[in-house]
Design a protein around this ligand. Structure first.
Ligand SMILES: *[C@@H]1O[C@H](CO)[C@@H](O)[C@H](O)[C@H]1NC(C)=O
Ligand SMILES: *[C@@H]1O[C@H](CO)[C@@H](O)[C@H](O)[C@H]1NC(C)=O
Ligand SMILES: *[C@@H]1O[C@H](CO)[C@@H](O)[C@H](O)[C@H]1NC(C)=O
Ligand SMILES: *[C@@H]1O[C@H](CO)[C@@H](O)[C@H](O)[C@H]1NC(C)=O
Ligand SMILES: *[C@@H]1O[C@H](CO)[C@@H](O)[C@H](O)[C@H]1NC(C)=O
Ligand SMILES: *[C@@H]1O[C@H](CO)[C@@H](O)[C@H](O)[C@H]1NC(C)=O
Ligand SMILES: *[C@@H]1O[C@H](CO)[C@@H](O)[C@H](O)[C@H]1NC(C)=O
Ligand SMILES: CC(=O)N[C@H]1CO[C@H](CO)[C@@H](O)[C@@H]1O
Length: 462
């Protein structure tokens, strides 16, 4: 009797597992910011570049928290990703290969992109790798236009991965789609929407630069119409991947990314087609966070995940700072579900002391946050509600936010910036949310000036 019952239960328990779709592992590397001028004899107040001054102490061979990543750090991150995950189904690489420097030309951009491309492609031969640009992958940074020579030059590096069918959109605006196993990735060049993008004045169509919104909407509408989950020519699920995501920077109050009208348009599309969108994955923040997307009735309909960076670079935006180097893996199914997210990191000081220090497991979303089921808009919305009242849980998030670089519980408007950026990707409701936290706290008074300065000097920031 008992053995039979046990057998029965075991069979029952195994049925859902067998009916579940195949596992699909996605490796994500974000924000290398390779700096070929990094020097152990450099000045860490000047990007660790040499300045002619003799110093008694040298900087770390693998980098410095004040500066961008030297080649050994980029190489180590890629080697370690390949050691831990030798056979991912998909690799997402969300751009920003060039360092936070100024006054450089195209040679620097193409060299950085070529070096990171060579490292990644040679370490993962034959793998599907989806690259995109970050706002620094341009000369000068933040000047993205349609039909740039950047797209022509990088097409030569990436065309074998992307395939001829993507040539037209890639050369037009640096964006493309890619059919995955049972879903389609739409990889966007959202640098066109960045508030700091100086080329805005030159856009021929300010409503839809490089026709990228039309492309995105067309793909989403096709997915909605797709008769089955997958056919030869369509899939019901679209994953959105880009460097900059919609919403606000979580560490600096009121620091928005997209221009207002582009943020609204982007969110409108993700709300309208929420049921056809699988994952939304971005980099750019250098920190580990997420944004919920809500419809006009406050229903949470989508989730945007921001992956932390490889570069440790210190941002002097108010409330920002540095981070430990990271990469992550999403355990997904073949369609749209993210079952869990595993982030790996390395303590940069330890690595500089011992060059064989490995990247180690940092945390699992499911385990650390005790999430039942998969990582979806509702489970993450529940988590955010808990952050507001459970300081121990919120403290974990703050530690992971910088991969343990000087974690400090934010107070006043900085706490508001964290919580409101996660809750509202749209600016109007974000501002209302933040106002609740600004009332009682003194630092807020100085912020508009800081933010203004930050916007003016934005090339230096992220
Ligand atoms: C470097 O070391 C020498 C000898 O120990 C010392 O005299 C000098 O002050 C040091 N210089 C700096 C910049 O620390
Ligand atoms: C890119 O890098 C590879 C490998 O380092 C090198 O052989 C090639 O000449 C480079 N190409 C360009 C365009 O810089
Ligand atoms: C805008 O176009 C003008 C005229 O072609 C050019 O001089 C300027 O550099 C462009 N600005 C940007 C930021 O691309
Ligand atoms: C898919 O597209 C190809 C070429 O564009 C076409 O020949 C084929 O009939 C389409 N298949 C379906 C199921 O729509
Ligand atoms: C977004 O949607 C709202 C509500 O439908 C509409 O009023 C607004 O004009 C849309 N904004 C943009 C930029 O498309
Ligand atoms: C360096 O790190 C490796 C891996 O953690 C360890 O096996 C080795 O003993 C360390 N070496 C030193 C000199 O501490
Ligand atoms: C944030 O921006 C909004 C809209 O511009 C403004 O009303 C508010 O005072 C700002 N809040 C802070 C804390 O700077
Ligand atoms: C669940 C699942 O993975 N279904 C299909 C996805 O697409 C491949 C073909 O690329 C099929 O073999 C799978 O059965």
């Amino acid at each position: 009797m008992w053995p039979n019952l046990l057998m029965y239960l075991l069979i029952l328990a195994s049925i859902p597992t067998r009916l579940e779709t195949e596992a699909y592992q996605v490796l994500h590397l974000a924000d290398f910011h390779l700096d070929i001028d990094y020097s152990i004899h450099g000045n860490n107040k000047k990007m660790c570049h040499e300045d002619g001054v003799q110093r008694n102490e040298t900087l770390g061979e693998y980098g410095d928290y004040m500066c961008d990543a030297p080649k050994p750090l980029v190489q180590h991150a890629i080697d370690e990703a390949a050691r831990l995950f030798p056979n991912p189904d998909l690799i997402i690489w969300t751009g920003d290969n060039v360092a936070h420097i100024e006054g450089y030309g195209w040679e620097v951009v193409l060299d950085a992109v070529n070096q990171t491309t060579s490292l990644l492609f040679s370490r993962f031969p034959g793998k599907t790798i989806l690259p995109t640009f970050g706002n620094h992958d341009y000369a000068p940074s933040n000047s993205f236009v349609s039909e740039s020579s950047l797209y022509t030059a990088t097409w030569q590096l990436w065309k074998e991965k992307l395939g001829d069918q993507n040539k037209e959109t890639f050369l037009k605006g640096g964006y493309y789609k890619y059919r995955l196993r049972n879903a389609t990735a739409v990889v966007l060049n959202t640098n066109l929407y960045y508030m700091a993008n100086n080329a805005y004045v030159n856009f021929t169509d300010k409503n839809d630069p490089a026709d990228q919104f039309a492309f995105l909407e067309n793909e989403l509408a096709n997915a909605e119409r797709c008769p089955n989950r997958i056919t030869e020519n369509c899939t019901s699920t679209i994953h959105i991947v880009a460097h900059i995501g919609p919403g606000v920077f979580e560490r600096t109050p009121n620091f928005t990314w997209f221009r207002d009208e582009y943020n609204e348009r982007f969110l409108n599309l993700t709300v309208r087609y929420a049921n056809s969108i699988g994952w939304m994955i971005f980099g750019h923040h250098h920190t580990d966070t997420f944004h919920l997307i809500k419809d006009s009735k406050e229903n949470v309909v989508q989730l945007a995940l921001m992956a932390p960076a490889v570069t440790p670079w210190f941002s002097d935006l108010p409330g920002a700072g540095a981070n430990n180097p990271t990469f992550r893996v999403y355990d997904t199914d073949a369609y749209s579900k993210i079952e869990d997210i595993h982030t790996y990191y390395i303590n940069l000081d330890e690595l500089n002391k011992n060059s064989t220090t490995p990247f180690v497991f940092e945390y699992s979303f499911k385990d650390a946050y005790n999430i039942q089921g998969d990582i979806n808009p509702n489970s993450m919305s529940d988590l955010l509600q808990k952050f507001k009242t459970d300081d121990n849980l919120f403290k974990k998030y703050i530690e992971y936010n910088t991969a343990f670089w000087k974690p400090e519980m934010p107070v006043g408007v900085y706490r508001g910036a964290q919580l409101c950026s996660m809750e509202y990707s749209d600016y109007p409701r974000y501002y209302n949310c933040l106002a609740e936290y600004s009332k009682s706290s003194e630092p807020s008074l100085k912020l508009p000036i800081f933010s203004l300065l930050a916007i003016i000097y934005t090339e230096l920031f992220l």
